[in-house]
Design a protein. Structure first.
Length: 216
């Protein structure tokens, strides 16, 4: 039986929090604001760059300029790989899974930035070009299930044979909306704000990427 593992990017495949926070703070400071703590920024990540930018300006009590999103994306493009790294054991996990399953990426991050990160960290070798979907394409972003369903279709698997691996409530909602299994990455920064009362016992929860390989 063919299986499909679909990975979120930020907080699941890679720890990108510092680069995201640094970029957001660089923009805030240029607009006269004070920088935010990285942990505060962590709570704002997951629903795309436009939402992140709006949230950081609101949190900093600074008026958001009309070109804030484009300025953030330009800043972040120069910071993508300053500190961002795969989580420990991720490469070994992907190598093991790819020997018997299809792999994909579904993120609300813009596709160009996603590909640069995957290429720069040598993770793109685990994912076919058509198996990476970003948040700025024609499909609605997570938690809409369209992207996850399309990845299942491209891999030739049913949704019942797919697992979404993510760290946030947005990912959990996406899996539920699509009808796929859910694996929550407790090590990811998005899990810090996950409402534990929403867990229904059907989710797999992992503390390290390699736990995916060792799961039954």
């Amino acid at each position: 039986m063919t299986r499909l593992f679909v990975f979120d990017l930020d907080g699941t495949l890679v720890d990108s929090l510092r680069d995201l926070a640094d970029s957001a703070n660089e923009l805030l400071v240029s607009c006269g604001g004070m920088p935010l703590d990285a942990n505060a920024v962590a709570r704002m990540v997951g629903e795309g760059a436009a939402t992140l930018v709006s949230r950081v300006f609101e949190a900093a009590h600074v008026e958001k300029p009309a070109d804030a999103l484009s300025r953030f994306l330009a800043i972040y493009d120069t910071n993508l790989l300053n500190h961002t790294r795969p989580y420990d054991g991720m490469e070994e996990t992907l190598a093991s899974l790819s020997s018997h399953a299809s792999l994909a990426v579904l993120t609300n991050k813009p596709l160009a930035a996603t590909r640069k990160i995957l290429d720069g960290l040598r993770l793109s070798r685990f994912f076919d070009a058509g198996a990476v979907i970003g948040g700025d394409g024609p499909l609605p972003r997570k938690p809409d299930p369209a992207g996850l369903q399309l990845l299942c279709e491209r891999a030739g698997v049913t949704v019942s044979d797919a697992v979404l691996v993510g760290d946030s409530l947005i990912d959990w909602q996406t899996a539920r909306n699509a009808g796929t299994a859910m694996c929550l990455a407790r090590y990811g920064f998005g899990f810090r704000e996950f409402p534990r009362e929403r867990l229904n016992g059907r989710e797999q929860v992992i503390d390290r990427p390699i736990d995916l390989v060792r799961a039954p």
